[in-house]
Design a protein around this ligand. Sequence first.
Ligand code: SF4
Ligand code: SF4
Length: 202
Amino acid sequence: MTVRIKNTDYQVDAAFAREIGKMCNAHAERCYQCMMCTAGCPVSYAMDLKPHQVVRFAQMGLKDLVLNCSTIWLCASCETCATRCPNEIEIVRVMDALRETAIREGIEVPEKAARAFHDSFLKVIRGRGRISELGLMTRLKWATGEMFSLSGRALADMWLGWRMFVRGKLKFFPKKTEDRQVIERMFERLDKETPPPGKGAG
Ligand code: SF4
Ligand code: SF4
C-alpha cells in the first residue's frame, strides 16, 4: 500500500512502524494531531516535516519519508513539545529512534553539520562519561573541517570560546565520570544491538 504526499508515493511499512514504536516507547498512538508540539517548537520554521507530522508519518510506517527528512537532525531535543503535548507523548524519543535507524540504515544525512554534532557528542560521552564543551567543540570543528579555517563563523566561535574560557565556563581538563565502565558497557550493548550497516548483529 502507498500513500501520496506532495505528489510523491510512499510505501507503508507496518513492520517499520512497529519497530520504531518499540524502540521509542513514546506512546505515539495517543496522538490526535492537535499540533501543540509544532506550535511550540522553536526550530519548526526550518524543518521540512513538522513535529506532529513526524509522529504521524512514523506511526503510519512511511519509512522513506521520515528517515530522509531534515527534521530528525534539526530537532534540538529541547523537550518543549513533550511539555506541551496533552497526551504526554515523548516526541524526542521518536526523533532519537528515527535518527539511530537512519544511521544504521546508512541513509545520507541532509544536515551534515547536525550529523557531525551528533557523532562528536556521542564520542565525547563515550570517552569521558560526560560532556566536555571544549572536547565537543574540538571534535566538531575537526569533523566539519573548520578546525583550521579562518571563516567568519570559525573566528566568531573562537572568540566566543575565548570569552567563555576567561570567565571560567570552559575547562581544559574537565573531570571524567568515575565509573566509566558503566558508560562503556552501555555503548558496547548499543553497538551490539544496532550495528552499523553491513556489520551484522553481534
Ligand atoms: S502535541 Fe501531542 S497529541 Fe498534539 S500533535 Fe503533537 S504529539 Fe500529537
Ligand atoms: S524537542 Fe525537537 S521537536 Fe520538540 S520542540 Fe524541541 S526542537 Fe522541536
